[in-house]
Design a protein around this ligand. Structure first.
Ligand code: ADP
Ligand code: MG
Length: 259
């Protein structure tokens, strides 16, 4: 056991129009080094808030968030965040967008260049290295964002619904890619999603959240079956466990299974 994050009894409220709203209540969990953890729940249940606490972009009102045993007191290069809206600079090429993450890291210009090329190759975009973001598809833009994050060699990737804007084909391709890259880089990944399939496909462990106020209702460990396959009985099983948890499993889903 080597916990990288320890979240203990965290509570968080926001004040909206003079009314205080409790967004997170009594949230406790740990993340092991090298683990992929998915935080799954409906929109508005506090997933992004929780991720922002891990990344040091927000502070808890109650409880503690520890990173490698120390309280998180602000954003750091150890944890890089990837969002749904790629966050690329439109006036910079792919190469320059990846290099920008490497500024002020102590690397020389030559090292930055080589590092950027290495990670652009890893995400399969070497032939687009001098393109601008508007010349790329959404899937390619998210690959650039992934390369930019990985090039920093962070200990943790924090991902907030990173594939939510992509069509099914691109989403599946990027999910496969993420597993492949994580297998070689061994980063810890904390992923926020409202997509049940995405959580089951990617995660070693799923924290299922409910709202009002946001809290963790259930932890589901996904055994390490290989290769991860969306058509496998294991995948269908865990998907159904979660559907049932939200009372979503019904005629519609059974019909889908019967096809
Ligand atoms: N900066 C903020 N100021 C005020 N309220 C916020 C802020 N961020 C989030 N909230 C509120 O907290 C709740 C949870 O939001 P969020 O963490 O974004 O949920 P999720 O990511 O699960 O959709 C929502 O009701 C939202 O309106
Ligand atoms: Mg969110």
């Amino acid at each position: 056991m080597d916990p990288i994050f320890q979240v203990e009894r965290v509570g968080k409220s926001y004040k909206n129009a003079k009314v205080s709203e409790k967004v997170l209540h009594d949230v406790t969990f740990g993340v092991e080094r090298g683990e992929i953890v998915a935080i799954l729940g409906p929109s508005g249940c506090g997933k992004s808030t929780l991720l922002n606490l891990l990344g040091g972009f927000e502070r808890p009102d109650e409880g503690t968030v520890l990173f490698e045993g120390k309280p998180v007191d602000g954003p750091s290069r150890n944890c890089v965040m990837i969002f749904q809206q790629y966050g690329l600079l439109p006036w910079r090429t792919v190469r320059k967008n990846v290099e920008i993450g490497l500024e002020r890291t102590g690397l020389t210009a030559g090292e930055r260049r080589r590092r950027a090329e290495e990670y652009i190759e890893r995400v399969g975009l070497s032939d687009r290295i001098d393109h601008f973001p508007h010349q790329l598809s959404g899937g390619m833009q998210q690959r650039v964002a992934l390369a930019r994050a990985l090039a920093v060699r962070p200990k943790v990737l924090l991902m907030d619904e990173p594939f939510g804007a992509l069509d099914t084909f691109n989403r599946y391709a990027l999910q496969n890619e993420l597993l492949r890259l994580q297998e070689s880089e061994k980063q810890t990944v904390v992923l926020v999603t409202h997509d049940i399939d995405e959580a089951v496909f990617l995660a070693d462990r799923i924290l299922v959240m409910v709202s009002g106020p946001g809290r963790i209702r259930r932890e589901i460990r996904i055994p390490d079956y290989k290769p991860r396959d969306r058509g496998s009985p294991q995948f269908q099983h865990y998907r159904k466990v979660i559907y049932d948890l939200f009372h979503l499993s019904g005629q519609e889903i059974q019909t889908e299974f019967a096809i």
